[in-house]
Design a protein around this ligand. Structure first.
Ligand code: HEC
Length: 131
């Protein structure tokens, strides 16, 4: 009886009780990125797609270190899934949840996150430049 209760508790704890887990596969997201996103965000994720010039605000450069802190797994997933308007950003960034299944949304998010520059060392970690 005790174990039944325990099982029931474990099963009913919702996934979102814990930290967000993207679980996307960047390799699988690449084709969708190139087809659906690169026109604005650029093949290299630097925000210089062919359509970017006409847009204001500009499509985000995922490769710019200045944006890296904002581009968490959860935020990137939410922006792709629900679009800019739902998240207080430009409506030019549409919601892709009607186009891509959840797995595919996660995969393309994982691909986007690969453009992020490697995390810069925190100032405290920086050794004073000698020479
Ligand atoms: C029509 C052009 C366009 C297309 C196509 C497009 N985006 Fe965007 N996207 C934008 C713009 C513009 C913004 C910036 C919104 C803002 O800053 O208000 C944006 C923002 C984002 C953000 C949020 C980044 C941030 O600055 O916080 C993510 C993530 C994103 N796009 C991913 C994607 C992905 C993945 C695709 C393809 C499935 C895609 N976008 C397709 C225009 C586009």
């Amino acid at each position: 009886m005790k174990s039944m209760i325990l099982t029931a508790v474990l099963v009913s704890v919702p996934a979102f009780a814990g930290p967000f887990e993207l679980k996307g596969d960047a390799a699988k997201g690449e084709a969708n990125y190139k087809q659906l996103c690169a026109s604005c965000h650029g093949e290299k994720g630097d925000g210089t797609g062919a359509a970017a010039a006409a847009l204001n605000p500009k499509p985000t450069s995922f490769a710019d270190a200045a944006n890296a802190d904002r581009l968490t797994d959860e935020w990137v997933y939410k922006m792709i899934k629900d679009g800019g308007a739902a998240n207080g950003k430009s409506a030019m960034m549409v919601a892709w949840s009607g186009v891509l299944k959840d797995d595919a949304l996660r995969d393309v998010a994982a691909y986007v996150l690969k453009f992020k520059p490697a995390k810069a060392a925190a100032p405290a970690d920086k050794k004073p430049a000698k020479k």
